[in-house]
Every structure is written in C-alpha cells, then in structure tokens.
Design a protein around this ligand. Structure first.
Ligand code: TYM
Length: 335
C-alpha cells in the first residue's frame, strides 16, 4: 500500500541495457519509493528518438528496459509502469509548453551544449527541446519527487521553470514544483571505468558495467579499468581513476572491505590488482541475482505486453485529468 499520495515520476531512455549508473542513480530508488509514494515509472522512448534508432532496435530496447525494471523489483501491482509513447497526452503537453520555451534558455542547457560539442552532425530540434519533453513527462502527473542521478539536476530546474511559467501565464495553479530525489539526500554520479566522468554508454562499452554483463565480462572490464602508478606519500589524495574505483567499491562492497582498501591506500601498501580483484568479485555477487531474472522476464513477451498495456491505461487516467485542466486554462473547447 502507498503510505503517501505524494507523486513520483521518473524514466530511463531505452538505449540498450541498463548499466550500474542507471541502477544506482535511479532504479534502486524506484524500487524503494514504490512502497512509499504514488509512483509512475516509464521508458522514455520518445527521448531516445534523438539518436534515430532503427524500428527493430527500438522495439527490442524498450522491451529490454521493461524486463530490467521488473527484474530489479519494480512491481506493476504496486506502481504504474508504461512506455512514454503510449501516452499521447505527453506530446500534446510538450507542444503547449514549447510555446513558452525560449531558444536562448534551451541553448544554454549543459546537456545540449555537450551534444553540440560531441555530435555536431546531428543537432536536431528534438535535442534542443529535450528538457521541454522531460518537463511534460514530470508535470503531467503533478510529480513532486523525481528520482534521478546528478546529471539530470538542471533538467529538473527547467521542469520547475516551465511549470511555474505556465501557471503564471494562465493564472492557474495547475502544476506543482518537482524536485530531484535520492535517498541519502545527495544525487549521485556513478563513475565510469575509464577514469574520470560518469558511467555512460556514449564513452564505449568498456566504460560501463551493464546489469546483464556476464561474470567473466565484469571481471575483464574491472581488471582493465584505468589506475595510476600508486601512492608515493602517505595519506595522499587519489587521482580521479583510482577514486572512481573506490567510489564503486563503496557502492557494492561491504563497509569493512572498503575500509581495508582505504587504509592500505593511505599507508601506500595498496596493490591495485588486489583492489580490482576484490571489486570484481563484489560486483559479480551484487549483479548475479538480477542478471538471471532479466533473462527469464525478457523471454515472457505476453507478460511484458500486458504490463505495458495495463500501465498505459493507468497512466493515461492521470495524464488526461491534467490535460483537461491545461486545455481549459488555455481556452480550448472541452470535450
Ligand atoms: P538516462 O536514460 O540518461 O538515465 C536514466 C537515469 O539513470 C541516471 N544515470 C546515472 N546516475 C548516476 N550515475 C551515472 N553514471 C548515471 N548514468 C545515468 C540518470 O540520472 C537518470 O536518472 N532525460 C532522462 C530520461 C527522462 C526522465 C524523464 C527522467 C526522460 N523524461 C522524466 C526523469 C523524469 C535521461 O536521459 O536519463
């Protein structure tokens, strides 16, 4: 039973398989929040279109993420799970919010500026207005808490801006201010394995640990992770790649393991090979149970189709209620 009527919304783009960053930054919180709040979790397939996936790949990826949500413990009997593209109300709200979103403010968004830098040949308008679509996802259900990783903080700020702006222009209190959420009060950034930065697919498969990676592959990726030549002075500050390994260890290993390696780093007796071996084994134990479940659920296509259909029906009730208010505020005819 949900203890609270506070509303929670979050989504993940279907860009392949979920990785450890998605899990620790987002999905782990979803699993806990579903028992405490009224939760909507979706698969952001519209957002993934900015990369122009082939239809068969898109179809496979959305089902894969759905299976991974379920395998991680998101329960469709407790919360609402759906594909974003099953809610036509979302692109409708996106269109309406776009009328009050300005090119200048969208061009200043960090994630857009990064795309301009990294993929100059595909700066489509979908990328520019990405934060508007994301705002529509969130405010259409009047969410107050949005479990996301640190990289989404600025998008949440934009969602508040667009919701407040709409309220002000149409002189109605329709939208509520959403805030980014993580248990533990701090949004997290799971580091990649190649040293520095966040774990992200765009930096190649060796930088990420996927939930479905085999134990052999996990070991191989961790043993290959970037380090340095080792500390030469007691109590020195680790370089970024080594700090990344410590951060990962803190997330998946037992506290006394983490303490042991912190201590041997501080007194310069650490051997990175030992650190990596331990981290690899702890990572394998952490991920094995979920990996087995993913394969079983992914194979059950009728179940996946039923979850998506029932989730969309529930989510549309909430989305339609808000859109009736929005259409009324704008001055459109009511049905
Ligand atoms: P996406 O698909 O890039 O990532 C999904 C979620 O995983 C988190 N995440 C991380 N957290 C910590 N460390 C990392 N290395 C890491 N990598 C990814 C992200 O912060 C995110 O929570 N725009 C969103 C999808 C979206 C959405 C929404 C989210 C669309 N509409 C509405 C919340 C509410 C995105 O691209 O996430």
């Amino acid at each position: 039973m949900n203890q609270s009527q506070e509303i929670v919304v979050s989504g993940i783009r279907p860009t392949g398989n979920l990785h450890l960053g998605n899990y620790l930054g987002a999905v782990k919180n979803f699993v806990q929040m579903q028992h405490e709040f009224k939760c909507f979790f979706f698969i952001a397939d519209y957002h993934s279109l900015t990369t122009h996936p082939k239809p068969a790949d898109l179809q496979n990826s959305v089902k894969q993420v759905l299976a991974e949500y379920l395998a991680c413990g998101i329960d469709p009997n407790v919360c609402t799970i759906y594909y974003q593209s099953d809610l036509p109300e979302i692109p409708e709200l996106y269109l309406l919010l776009n009328m009050h979103a300005y090119k200048g403010e969208l061009e200043r968004v960090a994630s857009f500026k990064e795309k301009v830098r990294t993929q100059p040949n595909n700066i489509n308008v979908g990328l520019l207005t990405y934060p508007v679509l994301m705002a529509a996802d969130i405010i259409i259900h009047k969410a107050i808490k949005v479990p996301v990783g640190k990289d989404q903080e600025q998008h949440l700020e934009m969602a508040r801006t667009f919701g407040n702006r709409f309220n002000r222009i149409y002189e109605k209190e329709i939208f509520i201010e959403p805030v980014a959420f993580n248990y533990g009060n701090q949004l997290i950034k799971v580091p990649g394995l190649q040293g520095g930065g966040k774990m992200s697919k765009s930096d190649g498969d060796n930088n990420v640990i996927n939930l479905i990676d085999t134990p052999e592959l996990i070991r191989k990726k961790i043993l290959r992770a970037v380090t340095d030549t080792g500390p030469t002075e007691p109590n020195s500050i680790p370089t970024a790649p080594v700090q990344n390994l410590f951060d990962l260890m803190q997330m998946v290993s037992a506290p006394n393991t983490f303490e042991h390696f912190t201590k041997v780093y501080a007194d310069c007796s650490i051997r990175y090979g030992d650190l990596k071996k331990q981290l690899a084994e702890d990572m394998v134990s952490f991920l094995i149970p979920v990996r087995e479940k993913i394969a079983a659920i992914r194979a059950d296509e009728p179940y996946l189709a039923r979850v998506a259909r029932e989730g969309a029906e529930k989510a549309r009730v909430s989305a339609k209620t808000t859109m009736d208010e929005v259409r009324g505020a704008i001055g459109f005819r009511k049905f």
